[in-house]
Design a protein around this ligand. Structure first.
Ligand SMILES: [Zn+2]
Length: 135
């Protein structure tokens, strides 16, 4: 049904970082979102607010997207060296950036749900989990 009217359940907005793509693909698969989501990849994800917002807004406008999942990640190159990988400060900065996007989207599109996540690396630098953040 969703395909007939070009409406989809979700937009999944992530960083372009190659280290996380397989983890994110599995995450999408587990939620049965294939065929039912727009995939948005912007370096830094919520760390590039304007770029991410323009893509999310297009998804909502073109596809009636009902839910937006924003997945930022640990050790993101877009954030540079100002944040220590794995630190509380890093998580807080990413959470705050995702929260800012949520506020803008839900102000303009109150019917859209925005959820945030933070993907982490294990000790060997391998992407290992995607965890919800409170925004
Ligand atoms: Zn990144």
């Amino acid at each position: 049904m969703s395909k007939e009217n070009h409406e989809i359940s979700a937009a999944v907005a992530t960083c372009m970082d190659f280290r996380f793509q397989k983890l994110i693909a599995d995450w999408i698969e587990e939620r049965s979102l294939y065929g039912d989501h727009d995939r948005i990849a912007v370096a830094g994800a919520a760390g590039d607010r304007d770029a991410l917002l323009s893509q999310i807004k297009l998804s909502i406008k073109l596809h009636g997207t009902k839910g937006v999942h924003i997945i930022n990640h640990q050790n993101c190159g877009k954030y540079g060296n100002s944040l220590v990988s794995g630190s509380r400060a890093e998580l807080e900065k990413h959470t705050s950036d995702i929260s800012e996007i949520k506020e803008i989207i839900t102000h303009e599109y109150p019917e859209v749900t925005v959820l945030g996540y933070f993907a982490t690396l294990d000790e060997d630098g391998k992407a290992n989990s995607i965890n919800p953040v409170e925004i």
